[in-house]
Design a protein around this ligand. Structure first.
Ligand code: NAI
Length: 386
């Protein structure tokens, strides 16, 4: 019998996750404390399903079956028959603790209790449970209906059967699943930091403007969007908050230091597309800013950001956050990087990457640029990632 899935929080993520589960034939209980939000979620799911019908992915009958599989509920009690519950409410530990602790009194002892948190520790969320071996992180990417990647994060309390059950289930939903340690930013939000941070730093040094840095990354790197376009898309408020939380969570490691430029843009309300202005202006009639297409400068910018990204990917492997394969999968399937960073490093030559980083480290004398010990070791031993 198909498992019954509960989702708490019918916002951006929760409604997408509920839709994914319903599309895979599950009966889903989508709960939100805000009744109006439940209505909005219902309309949102229906519109999203309409698009899938137009695309030919589902028939009209299937759409109506899928929609009737989702039960919109306003109280936690309705989640009592669930086998797995994924929480996607506000990113506040005390609220999550209250919800998990209340939930445990309602569900069976076998029910797996998961969080879609982007930045909080799964171990801490689990500490509110009596039976904490069933807590786990199941981190979807936005929009959950489209993005293929899901990071699975076992906490120190999680037992093997919970991990295996969740892996099998989420894979059966057609998602690309990676497993990672319960550490700040998991894989994607940790490894991707230099894409934004180093680009901002390059701008702050006056080496190039936003448009030129974006051009360098798309032209030489094949990234779908440059860092500033992407930050405007994500929202400077959201992206800055993630950077700051990762920086704090890593005990203020200078590798993750946030940027004043982004902070000021965020403080000014220049969030990006959603407010009509971020690093760029989006009002109609505003001329687009042309990059200065200097091949030499462009290449310097691209290579500097890329080696910083690779260094971070290497660190995730070195610190056993995830396997080589999963780190590369996470970046290609979670944030659409054109290549896995470790495969890219092999292709460029690890000694070339190490040279670039060592030059930056020598020039700046900042800990931010220190080459990873695993990279040094691999170069010394003539090893490759694949
Ligand atoms: P959102 O603000 O769109 O939705 C949160 C929903 O939770 C709201 O509808 C709110 O009414 C409801 N809620 C709040 N407290 C509640 C409670 N005590 N009981 C029941 N419902 C409650 O938030 P969003 O963006 O969907 O994020 C939810 C979670 O997913 C957060 O933990 C976030 O870190 C994580 N996440 C967000 C991503 C994103 O791009 N937005 C990506 C991946 C994870």
């Amino acid at each position: 019998m198909s498992k019954i899935i509960g989702v708490i929080g019918a916002g951006t993520m929760g409604s997408g996750i509920a839709q994914v589960a319903a599309q895979c034939g599950h009966s889903v209980y989508l709960m939100d404390a805000n009744v109006e939000q439940l209505e909005r979620a219902k309309t949102g799911v229906s519109k999203s399903m309409d698009k899938l019908v137009v695309k030919g992915k589902f028939t009209v009958d299937q759409k109506s079956n899928i929609e009737s599989n989702i039960h919109y509920v306003a109280g936690l009690e309705a989640l009592s028959p669930c086998d797995l519950i994924i929480e996607a409410i506000v990113e506040k530990m005390e609220v999550k603790h209250a919800v998990f602790s209340a939930l445990e009194k309602i569900v069976s002892s076998e029910c797996i209790l998961a969080s879609n948190t982007s930045s909080l520790s799964i171990a801490s969320i689990g500490s509110s449970l009596e039976k904490a071996d069933r807590v786990i992180g199941i981190h979807f990417f936005n929009p959950a209906t489209i993005m293929p990647l899901v990071e699975i994060i076992p906490a120190v309390q999680t037992n093997e059967s919970t991990i295996n059950e969740v892996l099998t289930l989420i894979e059966s939903w057609g998602k690309t699943v990676v497993v990672c340690k319960d550490t700040p930013g998991f894989i994607v939000n940790r490894v991707a930091r230099p894409f934004y941070g180093e680009a901002l730093r390059i701008y702050e040094e006056g080496l190039a403007d936003f448009a030129t840095i974006d051009w360098a990354m798309t032209h030489f790197g094949g990234f779908k969007m440059g860092p500033f376009t992407l930050m405007d898309y994500i929202g400077n408020d959201v992206n800055y908050a993630v950077t700051e939380s990762v920086f704090q969570a890593f005990y203020f490691d200078p590798r993750f230091k946030p940027s004043f430029t982004q902070k000021r843009h965020s403080e000014a309300g220049f969030y990006g597309r959603k407010t009509g202005r971020g690093f760029y202006q989006y009002a109609e009639g505003i001329e687009t800013i042309e990059p200065i297409k200097d091949e030499i400068i462009g290449k310097i910018i691209f290579e500097r950001v890329l080696v910083m990204l690779i260094n971070e990917a290497v660190d995730a492997v070195f610190m056993q956050v995830a396997s080589v394969k999963d780190v590369d999968l996470a970046m290609t399937k979670g944030v659409n990087y054109p290549k896995g960073l470790l495969a890219w490093a092999d292709e460029l030559g690890l000694n070339w990457v190490l040279d670039k980083l060592s030059n930056l480290f020598d020039e700046y004398g900042e800990d931010r640029y220190r080459p990873n010990a695993l990279l040094k070791r691999m170069v010394k031993n003539g090893n490759k990632f694949y």
